[in-house]
Design a protein around this ligand. Structure first.
Ligand SMILES: Nc1ncnc2c1ncn2[C@@H]1O[C@H](COP(=O)(O)OP(=O)(O)O)[C@@H](O)[C@H]1O
Ligand SMILES: O=C(O)[C@@H](CO)OP(=O)(O)O
Ligand SMILES: [Mg+2]
Length: 415
């Protein structure tokens, strides 16, 4: 007899453990021969763990360095490195303060120096110094507007890159003539290096024309000042940078598949690029569950169907939630009444939206249980209040910050 819920938590824990950055950083550093005089700059939600792994491996070759991560994401001191925490997903004063420290650290380096740049998602909010005339307040407003617009991360970062002195390849320019060796943990679908953390050390493929299209598409109401600033073009060629991707959503899906198989499920990775509206993704997943229960297609039961990606939410309500929680709550509607089924979805970074949950988990009884509590699913979805709905039926997945960040893992279990 299978315990789907127990298995789901095993799959979540083990597959996230598999994509913690330590091993990947060390393996990459083993393959390259970095000289002395290394300066570490680590940004993003996985920055602390990446920097710790690099320092433990390179030891005294590291001259100095800086870590800029999200609040609650650092785990103590690392010898020779300055550690900072700052605001995410909206940047704050500490973002600017620590970014200035990072610039100080690299701006007078010479040709013999190497910056080991450890990049992970979250970097856009944590690493920022706006172009002239643009204030932190402006950046906060634009970020908030973009995050709620339903724009995907590539579009969001296209705009952010054109308002920044460090994003879109600009940081690499500040590091010249020193070299940059970048190790990147990808949380952008398709591993677009100029989008991950807004590509501070990668030639930017987006242009001011792309920015104009995005402003129109999402009807963004921006001031004259911001529109003027957005005319800044980003570097398209960089000569001092080498880049390697050391982890992505594919890895977490592969590891989830392995664990599910080991637990006795017939397993399939359906996609690693799920990118539609969260609610629509939920409806689609419910349709797959029904197909399994009615016809055992596409897999024989017991089965695990795994998806990776990053859905989007057009936030219109004033509730609390995240894209994974919204996805599963939406899915719960379409699997109502089915026995021995489950749908789970989590952010591998351990935080889904501005909540303390990594994501959510629902089954065929979720909607009935919500009704018993007096919660209407449609109302909760319309108000983007998936967190409180799921909380009332023990449907939240809480992991705390994981120290990695490779997008979202979603899966179905059917028995
Ligand atoms: N109440 C809500 N319900 C659903 N999604 C939300 C809500 N509030 C914010 N979000 C979404 O959460 C996203 C930020 O979540 P977060 O997990 O920090 O993203 P990431 O892990 O990609 O940094 C925003 O893009 C926004 O669309
Ligand atoms: O920093 C960023 O630009 C994005 C993508 O890399 O990460 P997150 O969605 O975690 O903020
Ligand atoms: Mg993201």
């Amino acid at each position: 007899m299978k315990n789907l819920r127990e298995d789901a938590f095993k799959i979540i824990k083990s597959s996230i453990d598999f994509v913690l950055p330590e091993k990947a950083v060390q393996q990459e550093l083993e393959m390259i021969d970095l000289q002395d005089n290394i300066h570490i700059v680590a940004i993003g939600k996985a920055a602390w763990r990446m920097a710790k792994a690099a320092k433990d491996f390179l030891k005294d070759k590291v001259k100095d360095g800086i870590v800029i991560t999200k609040y609650g994401h650092s785990q103590g001191t690392i010898e020779s490195l300055q550690i900072y925490e700052a605001g995410h997903p909206i940047p704050d004063e500490n973002t600017i303060k620590s970014t200035k420290k990072a610039i100080e650290l690299v701006q007078n380096l010479g040709e013999g120096d190497v910056v080991l740049f450890l990049v992970s998602g979250g970097g856009s909010a944590l690493f920022e110094l706006p172009v002239e005339d643009v204030t932190l307040e402006d950046i906060k407003n634009v970020t908030d507007m973009l995050l709620k617009s339903g724009a995907n991360i590539v579009e969001i970062n296209t705009v952010r890159k054109h308002l920044s002195r460090v994003k879109g390849g600009n940081f690499a320019k500040l590091v010249e003539p020193a070299k940059i060796y970048s190790l990147v943990l990808s949380d952008v679908l398709g591993d677009r290096l100029d989008s991950i953390a807004s590509g501070p050390a990668y030639p930017d493929s987006t242009t001011t024309e792309d920015v104009e299209k995005i402003i129109k598409k999402y009807d963004l109401q921006l001031s004259e000042k911001i529109l003027r600033a957005l005319k800044n073009e980003t570097p398209k060629h960089l000569d001092n940078v080498e880049t390697r991707i050391i982890g992505s959503v594919t890895k977490v899906c592969e590891s989830a598949a392995k664990i599910a198989q080991h637990l006795g499920y017939n397993t399939m990775i359906l996609t690693t690029t799920l990118d539609c509206e969260s609610k629509e993704a939920g409806s689609f997943l419910a349709a797959i569950v029904r197909e399994e229960k009615e016809r055992e297609e596409p897999l024989n039961i017991p089965c695990a169907i795994i998806l990776g990606g990053e859905t989007v939410v057009h936030v219109r309500g004033n509730g609390k939630g995240g894209r994974n929680q919204e996805l599963v709550l939406s899915a719960a509607r379409g699997i109502k009444g089915y026995q021995e089924v489950l749908i789970a979805s989590v952010g591998t970074d351990g935080t889904d939206g501005p909540t303390d949950a990594a994501g959510g988990i629902v089954d065929g009884e979720t909607v009935n249980r919500l009704q018993e509590k007096g919660i209407d699913v449609e109302n909760a979805l319309n108000n983007n209040d998936s967190y409180h709905a799921l909380q009332s039926v023990d449907g939240l997945v809480i992991t705390g910050p994981t120290g990695t960040n490779v997008n979202d893992l979603t899966f179905i279990l059917c028995n």
